[in-house]
Design a protein. Structure first.
Length: 242
């Protein structure tokens, strides 16, 4: 090999080395950029998980309170049909439950209760930032996500229960001694009508309520018998809205 050819090869290698450096630097920059995107996606998923969990927690808390109020109203004879339709319970306690669940997922939420059908709109912000990366500003960026849970009634009022017939007293039943035709009573005007007055029947309690639910289950809620009552999940469903 001549000295000129050797110098030419050395010159080519010297020119290619900076290109290798630039290519490796570009690949590293691209890898760091993909890593930053991954960090952002993970933080965004964390925010969405927190929002979904908080919205469902609000809906489930509202459903439990709604079921308790409904069964109490039936037992006491208070108006209950609005409760069966999913209305009539304040949403503050449910939103407080959403905030607690969001904190468990390291996020802060704002919760808003909407009108019928009752739903809870939640916006979650992660407490942690995306973190430092090659993309400027990510160290101060928090992820946000939204979710909405809907509470829907699963049951409707069933047929009215048949009224219990009032028994008719037999002829002469309840006549006390001395209640004859008056000839046998002598002159005792101080005896009055004779006999004891008939006892008053106890006041009737709240009526039995029949419920027909989506799964074909029929429930009979008897205010006088607290057994075999429907659960909250039997009466209302909670789902995330699309």
């Amino acid at each position: 090999m001549t000295r000129a050819a050797s110098r030419r090869r050395t010159g080519d290698a010297g020119q290619a080395f900076p290109l290798y450096i630039v290519a490796v630097a570009g690949l590293l920059l691209l890898a760091f950029a993909f890593f930053a995107v991954g960090q952002a996606a993970a933080t965004r998923n964390s925010a969405q998980t927190a929002a979904d969990a908080a919205a469902l927690a609000a809906g489930q808390k509202y459903r439990d309170r709604l079921s308790t109020e409904l069964l109490d109203a039936i037992r006491t004879g208070a108006p209950w049909k609005d409760l069966l339709d999913g209305r009539g319970v304040p949403g503050a306690e449910a939103c407080a439950n959403a905030e607690w669940f969001a904190g468990r997922n390291d996020a802060d939420v704002t919760c808003t209760a909407d009108s019928y059908p009752t739903s809870f709109a939640v916006e979650a912000d992660t407490r942690k930032t995306v973190g430092r990366s090659v993309i400027p500003g990510t160290e101060n960026t928090h992820a946000s996500a939204r979710a909405r849970a809907v509470v829907e009634p699963r049951c409707t009022p069933g047929p009215e229960p048949e009224p219990t017939p009032t028994p008719t007293p037999a002829p002469g039943e309840g006549d006390g001694p001395g209640q004859g035709d008056g000839d046998d009573q002598g002159d005792g005007g101080d005896q009055g009508d004779g006999g004891d007055p008939p006892a008053n029947d106890p006041p009737a309690g709240p009526p039995t309520v029949n419920l027909t639910c989506e799964d074909g289950k029929e429930w009979t809620v008897d205010p006088a018998d607290p057994r075999d009552l429907p659960e909250a999940a039997d009466l209302f469903s909670v789902r995330l809205a699309e």
